[in-house]
Design a protein around this ligand. Structure first.
Ligand code: ADP
Length: 262
């Protein structure tokens, strides 16, 4: 190791040893822990904004279960009882699936765990989360996915990249418009785009949206951390993210990630 460091160090750079090396190492670890905490905090904040959507989604089957149970109390015909019980089981499973998705999203993971990921699958998962967060009934979703080589990343972090971008797009469209999701791969990298038909991003703000705490949303609705975290994760994966927008033409976010192994 020492010879490797000596070979690659710039001529005038000093090699730290002893306490200083330990200090730098500890600082690097502290920085990583802080970054993990920030990602987790933003995740919890986005779950906060999902809460009303979730309440709506859980309420419907819950309402059904309550209604059917009341009817069951007085029902004596075996075939009808069976039918009601099956419906109740189906609705309970739906609630369980919603809760399971949320648990997967909310749980804290270490940035260290990387594995091979199909980005198409991650985008589909992100759409599921966005459906929990916002009303998507009147949003047309178009997907143009290409078969992709796997990329090596932490699945939770990559999910958060697309949850943040897709949720922003849906919120910008205020429940109405078209969301176009495309993926492709070329020259050792994959590219994913999320295009919306919302009001777009004014030119003078395009350079600011990735800054921490920059938000145009009203208090309590936005943390201003979503895109900052998106960029942080993408850069750590060796990729890049850019936003484009022309007045009245909506916004388009492009994420490029290298196909690497190891
Ligand atoms: P937050 O969503 O909490 O405001 P973000 O960092 O995710 O924080 O986004 C920062 C800002 O970027 C948003 O407040 C919004 O002004 C702008 N923005 C992001 N995505 C879009 C989009 N698809 N359309 C219009 N504006 C957007």
């Amino acid at each position: 190791m020492a010879s490797l460091i000596a070979k690659h160090k710039p001529p005038r750079a000093e090699i730290l040893g002893g306490i200083s090396a330990l200090l730098v190492w500890k600082l690097a670890q502290y920085e990583r822990d802080l970054r993990d905490q920030l990602i987790q905090a933003e995740k919890l904040a986005s779950i906060g904004t999902m809460a009303s959507g979730i309440a709506h989604e859980i309420n419907n089957p819950l309402f059904g279960i309550t209604g059917l149970s009341e009817r069951l109390e007085h029902e004596t015909r075996p075939e009808i009882v069976k039918e009601y019980v099956q419906d109740i089981m189906e609705m309970s499973r739906r609630i369980a699936a919603i809760v399971k998705d949320l648990n997967v999203y909310a749980h804290k993971s270490s940035a260290e765990t990387r594995c091979d990921i199909d980005v198409n699958h991650t985008i589909e998962e992100a759409m599921k989360m966005a459906r929990r967060a916002c009303v998507l009934d009147e949003v047309k979703v178009q997907t143009e996915f290409s078969a992709l080589p796997p990329i090596r990343a932490n699945p939770d972090e990559l999910l958060q990249v697309f949850v943040n971008i897709v949720t922003n797009a849906v919120q910008a469209m205020e429940g109405q418009g078209t969301l176009v999701l495309t993926t492709s791969s070329a020259n050792g990298s994959i590219r994913a785009t999320v295009r919306d038909t919302g009001p777009g991003i004014p030119q003078h703000l395009l350079g600011k949206i990735f800054d921490p705490f920059f938000t145009t949303k009203e208090q309590g609705k936005g943390t201003g951390l979503g895109l900052h975290i998106v960029r942080d994760i993408v850069i750590r994966l060796g990729g890049r993210v850019k936003a484009e927008s022309a007045p009245g033409m909506g916004a388009c976010f492009t994420v490029e990630l290298p196909v690497t192994s190891g």
